[in-house]
Write a protein that binds this ligand. Sequence first.
Ligand code: SF4
Length: 453
Amino acid sequence: MKKLELLMPAGNLEKLKWAIAYGADAVYAGVPMFSLRARENQFTWETLAEAVEYCHSRGKKIYFTANIYAHNLKIKPFMANFQKMMDMKPDAFIMSDPGLIYLVKKDFPEAEIHLSVQANNTNWAQAEFWKSMGITRIILSRELSLREVKEIHEMVPDIELEFFVHGAICMAYSGRCLLSNYFSHRDPNQGTCSHSCRWEYKVFAKDASPEELYDSTGRPEDYQELTGEFYLEERERKWELMPIDEDEYGTYIMNSRDICLLSYMQELADAGVVSFKVEGRSKTVNYLAGVGRAYRPALDAVEKNETYEIAELSDEVFAISNRGYTPGFLVGNPGEKAIYFEKNVDLHEEDPVGIVKGYDEEKKMARIEVKNRIDVGDTLIILSPSQRISFTLESIIADPILLNDPKSEDASYDTVPTNGDSRESGHGGHIDLWINMPEKPAEYAIIRKTVKK
Ligand code: SF4
């Protein structure tokens, strides 16, 4: 039986622990300064060292993401810090810049390097080249078809293949885009993308000279917003119309759905993929819980050559925040099906409302950090790596110690206060509250509420 790897994102040490609790075999974490997602990366050198120790003591792997495309100025600091990264003993480095890879391999031949998706490996000849450079694993370009993945594996069988199976994607080849640089002077290849492709744009008409449209005072007063349906047509492609849907929030022509390959895990494994990667270092623990609960059982089944219940597992990914799902290019060009038109419509089925912090076994009540509004009478769900249990919220109690000092260390985590203040509702961002809970929640439990459509 071939060991397959579920590789999940770790935006910080806390998220790393959640990813592992929900089934990750390995995690990837950003190196400060040298990783994409630089703005969301909450690791410091100290917490990164702690992360390595946490993973290795549990038999899990950790890969350091150091995948910037460096400008000249960054080469020296990158190389100056590489020994420090090596000393932490990650299982591999995820890199994309051929120049940096060349320098690292020269000075640290023993460094294990995985080629980042950012390097856009699209064919077997590139895989052959990277193998000759000492790369041991390639994170394939997200724009490949299943047939192409298989062919790369057949042509270069002794290099490991990793593939993104879930999460947000670019509207360009990963990171090969200047939208973010143009709008906010933030370079995706330096880890500072502002996701401009997902912003809301509007279409306007104006019988005006270009000078008026671009004057220094901004948009002229009489500039009229268009109403109706609009399409783009390229001059040489008559009637190949591309919709520009505009609602009251804007247009979304560049706004991609999220990739979800839950139904193709067996096919990807058959094609030679050994590591199944989830995007989202900036996503929440609720997201990690959802993808882990979907992809862990799917991968376990594939490893045992068994089938898995796709509808049930799909519910897990539809429950979490999403932009609608697409299989990307895996089984053909998705065309407009990959565009996310429904912005501002709730596509997710469940809202996270709390994180469990403690449990009173006698009273069957849990202390939760409240994330979103809860009301007595709500149907809630306990979600943990091993549980999905619905129950009715009957009781909410506030601890007087926390009412006095929300951060007090004196408040109990395993005993409901006898002098508690009974409530009809609770709100996120205030104090931890006690709520009834029919069963002891497992570690890393989250409380959710079904979204009212
Ligand atoms: S703006 Fe969008 S397409 Fe461009 S790099 Fe950022 S996420 Fe990717």
